[in-house]
Design a protein around this ligand. Sequence first.
Ligand code: M6R
Length: 616
Amino acid sequence: MGGEEKEEIMCGIVAYYGKRNVSEVLLDCLQRLEYRGYDSAGIAICESGNIDIIKTTGKIKHLREKIDINKYSMTHLGIGHTRWATHGVVSDKNAHPHKVDNISLVHNGIIENYMDLKEKIEKRYALQSETDSEIIAHLIAEKYNGDLLNSAINTVKNLKGSYALAIISDKEPETLVLVKKENPLIIGIGEDEIFVASDLTALTAYTDNFIILEDENIAKIYKTDIKLYNFNGDPISTNSKRVKLNFQMANKGGYKHYMLKEIFEQPKALLDTFLNHISNNHEKIIFNEFENIEDRIMSSKSIQIIGCGTSYHAAMIGKYLIEKYSGLSVSVDIASEFRYRNMTPTDNQIIIFISQSGETADTLASVKLVKKNKITTIALTNMISSSITRMTDSTIYTYAGPEIGVASTKAFTTQIIILYLFAIYLGQCTKRLNDRNIKEHIEKIIRLPDLLDGVIKMNDIISEIAMKCINYEHFLFLGRNINYPVALEGALKLKEVSYIHAEGYAAGELKHGPIALISKKVPVFVIATQSQTYDKIIGNIEEIKARNGTVYAIASSGDKRVINLVDGFVFIPSVDEDLSIFPNTVIFQLFAYHCANYLGLDVDQPRNLAKSVTVE
Ligand code: M6R
């Protein structure tokens, strides 16, 4: 899409039909989806033969202030949207819903042939916004002949790209039409009421009965009657399924921010995740998910792991663990790079795709790419029934519970515990690890929640270090071996939530460039816990101190060598290097959180970010 602004990117869509106050339900569901985008928001409600549209830039709370809630106590149908734009201004006119004649719609996605369509449409109408979404509304309005479903079916034939749409018309005040292509859309079925949202977590307060729309599904909801069609207009069957999610977990539960709550939840999240993979007698690692692909796993010769952002850092950790315990070679890729590389498939290759949300566009595009090559694909995700689970041969779930803070925390540590278990599992399959080794690993894993509880108790110490650091503009994070990705993740967390520029480096790289940055103004956070490269890390700290640098360190309990060198430290209990990634990660998460909190920033919804990046 060249040229002008138009894209509605990582947005959230909601809709409601029922007897509750429509505006309240829409606002509540939008609030739960706000992590998907928070530049602007709006709702459209069918009211006395008209459609009322209320929209604004800013967050849902700003939208709430603009709505006369009481006006909608007797209305039944409405749609809503929370937007995160990548191009162009954030403005009221670009906010959704868009209305053209009797049609109003909300859209999540990108229309790739927007420019062509726009050229034709603007010859006939004056456009009110700079969005591709308005163009869809024009097309539907043009084709409208008294049947909203038909006009939607006729319109999708003209659209290229990805889109989830919720459409209403004041001519059919009890009909809602939904269209899904490549962006998620879920129908929640209540008693005499219907909910719609871009993901399950927005709806779990209302129902546990869902229809998860597949690609190229169109749904017509008349009152509470749901009918599904394909893009040719042929009826298809509707299968709802019950999904139990713990709604309590999607509240702040007394914490100031979701991010802090989610950091504190990690001991339980890890336990919930690893218990599924350890036999009752604590002697074997189990992956029931591999029932249908066990042969392919046993004969695999190489493994590739792909993800974006934090999930990519988890992939990097997976490489260290799987190579060490299985002997297989592992490569890792950033999904946005992988999808444009000419990959050469090798025989018996397995690719693990990591995505907390299961909706990241680059990761999904990478899955599609390899599917053509008949490679065995495994998804590692936290989101039940997300798109990635339907595209891969097998899915491993993390049981972190809903992660609402935009900065990923508990999703990351649950991803890496799965990768740890998977590495041991491969060692078990290949007999590289004997029964005693496996049992020892399991015992260590079982002690992890307690280990992290201990780290969380050091929250105040970490907060004090953060307090000293908020005036720095730059930060370096150093780690080595399996703690190198932890350093990268520490830097990413700090950047994301505190806006302090931070870079992570493999400590051995210090001399190859970053040492030039060392000065009083650029402090360094070093992972100096016990490891095979401990002496070398001490050497790095000495090099930094010799250049008047400021060093904070994570060290193993009682390590005088480190504390005599550094300006501040946090201790973790003495653990294996492989396990140290968990406490070290949590310390960096808390450090980033406290920096952002002291700076008075919007910790859960940092500027310019959205939780799930559902388009490229
Ligand atoms: O949902 P995913 O795991 O696919 O998301 C990938 C990244 O967008 C995500 O990890 C992002 O980097 C987070 N904001 C990190 O905190």
